[in-house]
Each structure stands twice: as C-alpha cells, then as structure tokens.
Design a protein around this ligand. Structure first.
Ligand SMILES: Nc1nc2c(ncn2[C@@H]2O[C@H](COP(=O)(O)OP(=O)(O)OP(=O)(O)O)[C@@H](O)[C@H]2O)c(=O)[nH]1
Ligand SMILES: [Mg+2]
Length: 402
C-alpha cells in the first residue's frame, strides 16, 4: 500500500505538471488545480482499517459488509484460532475505490501497541472501524485516541450483538432497552477516556439485514465525501512538500553556498592589519551576504497582496481571509526571525571586537568561521522553512470550506 501522498490523489502526469508549475513560480495555478481536485475526489482510493482485539469478529464483519459468508469464495479467513496474517485488503464493492483492510488483532501475542501500529502501517489508513465484542477494551480507548491524534475519524462497532440478544432474551429483558443501555455504556466509556464518542453501531455479522449493519453501510456511503475531503486537507502539508521538493532542493543548495561563503569570510583574522578597518568590513560582508540571501529567498517565495487578491477572486473567497492567514503567519514567525538576526549580529560583533586581543590568529579564524557560518545557516534555513510552511498554510486556507 506504500505510495507517495501526491500519487494518492494525482496521476503521474498531473503530479509532474504541478511540480513544473511550482518550479516556474506559478503558485496560483498549483492552488487552483489542487482546489479542483479537492472538489472532485471520486477517484481517490479510500483505505479503511478494520481493527480490534483478537477474535473480536473483524474478518467476519468484513465478509458481512461484502455480503459474504465465511465459507464463500474470496471471503476473509475467520475462526476461533487467532489468524496471524498481515493486513489484507478486500474491495468493498458497494462503494467504488473503497478497500476494507483486515488487520491482525491489536493484542496479538508479542506486540506492544505502538510496535503493532508501526508494523501494520497505521498512519497509512484513511478511516477506521474499531470492532469490539462484549465490552469496551483498554486497546479500544488507546486506538481511538491514536486515530483522533492523526485528525482522522472512526466508527465504533459492537459486534456479535446476536449473543447479547440471546442473553437478554434468556433474562426476559426488553431488547430495545438493552440496546439503549449498551449504546449509553459505549458513549460513557469514550467520555471517560476523553474521546468524543464516534458513531456507534450494534451489529451481528451473522444477521446481515438486522440490527445496525444496514445503517452502518448507509452511513458510510453518506460520509464518504466528507471523509475523503478531510483526508485531502490533512494531506496538504505532505502534498506540498512533494510538489515543492525539487525547487526547495535547489534553494537549499544555494543557501548552503552562501553559508559556506559566510563561513569563509569569517575565517579572515580580524587583526590582519591595523590600518584597514577589517572588523567593520568583515561584519558588513558577513551580515550583508546573509541579508542578501534572505532577500533572495523572499523574492523567490514571495506572496504579494495582489497575488492574494487575484487568487481569492478565482476561488470565490474573500481576500481578507487569505490576507488574515498570511498576517497570522507573519506575526507568529517574525519575533523568532528578529531574535535570530539580533543574536547573530551580536555574536559576529563580539567575535570581531572581543577576540581581537585575546586569541591567536588561528583561534580567531576558527571562531569567525563557525559563528559566521552558524548565523547564515540558521537565518537562511529558518527563512526557507518558514516560507514553505507559509505556502502550505495558504493552500490549506484557500482550500478549506470555511
Ligand atoms: N455469534 C457471533 N459470532 C461471531 C460474529 N462475528 C464473528 N463471530 C465469531 O467469532 C469468532 C472470531 O471471528 P473472526 O472474524 O475470525 O475474528 P477476528 O477478529 O478476525 O479474529 P483474528 O483475525 O484472529 O484477530 C469466529 O468463530 C466467528 O464465527 C457475530 O457477529 N456473532
Ligand atoms: Mg481475522
């Protein structure tokens, strides 16, 4: 199932086109093409992980979703023995491009939960169905939290409800009251672990037309668009990282060259000649070089007000919302940039004046090279990273439906 995030949503041709557009500075078309994709995600493959403890009924549930019995051809293997096979995908024919993944039990022998999640490639799934039997388990709570931490959603399925129906029947209890109580229990269990309760379904995989299985299928069909759209929005940082990758690599190379040049200037010992104002020259050269690099990055990745206005009119959003997002980014990042500049300048000034008398020429050179390189490196790399984050935030803001 391993694939790049970009190729999950775009064809290879579309991906290349997006990268080309970004490299040539056409961020506007990149955003417009991403917007048109986010408005039409019908071809996106949705991977649903069916998870739960060993023997909770995951495989039988997948078969029931697909209208199969356990001994039908193509059905997932089921049984009372623990089935220890890796994640296996089954197409869910009721909804195109939806794959149900049968995962090994979360409490499979020998696996601690975090190790288990890594092993099953937990982060690669788009949506989750937690299957539980008889009662709420510790692992159900942990899983629910891990899913929400990723910003993703899940359904909670209380399986084997036919067993509960039999027990309730034997006790002469009212079935409907029994279902209300089970639902209430599930909700309070989620609340007790501070997880907002998801949609809850009480099902029997043996009685496919009864209980909540038909309702679960309808709900999934209804939620499909919003699930896909949520996944697309969550994927924007990764998509943008892949689109901007080659230009970022090129800019990083240039930044490195400037860092090395700044370091090289810093190696010139300040007491080379008393007649020339070397400290002032060095200071100006090193700081000037770094600021020039900073201006270059600014020009390369600049987002102007005119650009925001034009983009806003094309995506039918008020330009004020895009501008507000850009200002929010700026005010969040400006203080750290200013502090880095001031610290760097102070460091270089100290290096130039303070080391004049105290150290030998070699030590002055080493100290000068290191401090100049560190200043240029910190400022330029931070600036590049922040500008890319700003682009990601702009795309998120442009594509959000709020
Ligand atoms: N009564 C009843 N039994 C069920 C139901 N679903 C599953 N079972 C039984 O529970 C047992 C385990 O079911 P599986 O579907 O294999 O469970 P699993 O979660 O896939 O198990 P592992 O893959 O080993 O973790 C089997 O004997 C099933 O027949 C159900 O809805 N009602
Ligand atoms: Mg199984």
């Amino acid at each position: 199932m391993a694939q790049s995030t970009l190729s999950k949503f775009f064809t290879p041709q579309e991906s290349r086109n997006l990268q080309c557009l970004y490299n040539t500075g056409d961020l506007e078309t990149v955003i417009l093409q991403m917007k048109s994709k986010s408005d039409n995600l019908t071809n996106m493959q949705l991977n649903i992980a069916v998870m739960g403890d060993v023997g909770s009924g995951k495989s039988t549930f997948i078969n029931a979703m697909r209208g199969l019995r356990s001994d039908d051809q193509g059905a997932a293997p089921t049984g009372n023995e623990e089935t220890r096979i890796g994640p296996t995908g089954y197409p869910y024919q009721d909804l195109p491009n939806v794959q149900l993944w049968d995962l090994p039990g979360t409490n499979s022998v020998g696996f601690e939960l975090n190790h288990y999640l890594k092993k099953v490639n937990f982060e690669s799934y788009d949506f989750f169905i937690i299957i539980s039997q008889a009662r709420f388990r510790e692992n159900d709570a942990k899983l629910a939290k891990k899913i929400r931490e990723q910003g993703k959603e899940f359904y909670y399925v209380r399986a084997k409800i036919d067993n509960d129906a039999r027990s309730l029947g034997r006790q002469g209890a009212d079935l409907n009251e029994g279902w209300v109580r089970i639902r209430r229990d599930c909700i309070s269990n989620f609340q007790s672990v501070e997880v907002t309760p998801p949609a809850i379904f009480l099902i029997s995989s043996f009685d496919q037309e009864e209980y909540d299985l038909p309702e679960l299928k309808n709900t999934l069909a209804r939620d499909l668009c919003s699930i896909k759209s949520n996944i697309f929005m969550l994927s924007i940082p990764k998509i943008m990282t892949e689109i901007t990758e080659s230009k970022t690599r090129m800019l990083k190379k240039r930044v490195w060259m400037l860092d090395i040049l700044a370091g090289a200037i810093g190696t010139v010992p300040v007491s080379v000649s008393e007649s020339v104002p070397v400290p002032v020259l060095l200071f100006t050269a090193c700081v000037g070089l770094t600021i020039a690099g900073w201006m270059y990055l600014r020009k390369q990745l600049r987002i102007s007000n005119t650009f925001l206005q034009r983009l806003a009119s094309k995506i039918y959003k008020p330009s004020s919302s895009l501008k507000a997002e850009m200002n929010r980014q700026l005010t969040r990042k400006l203080p750290s940039t200013v502090i880095h500049i001031l610290l760097g300048i102070t460091l270089i000034a100290c290096m130039i004046t303070g080391t004049r008398r105290s150290f030998t020429l070699i030590i002055q050179s080493i100290f000068g090279a290191v401090s100049s390189f560190a200043f240029a490196y910190k400022l330029l790399n931070d600036s590049l990273r922040q500008r890319l984050e700003t682009v990601q935030q702009l795309v998120k803001c442009a594509l959000s439906r709020e």
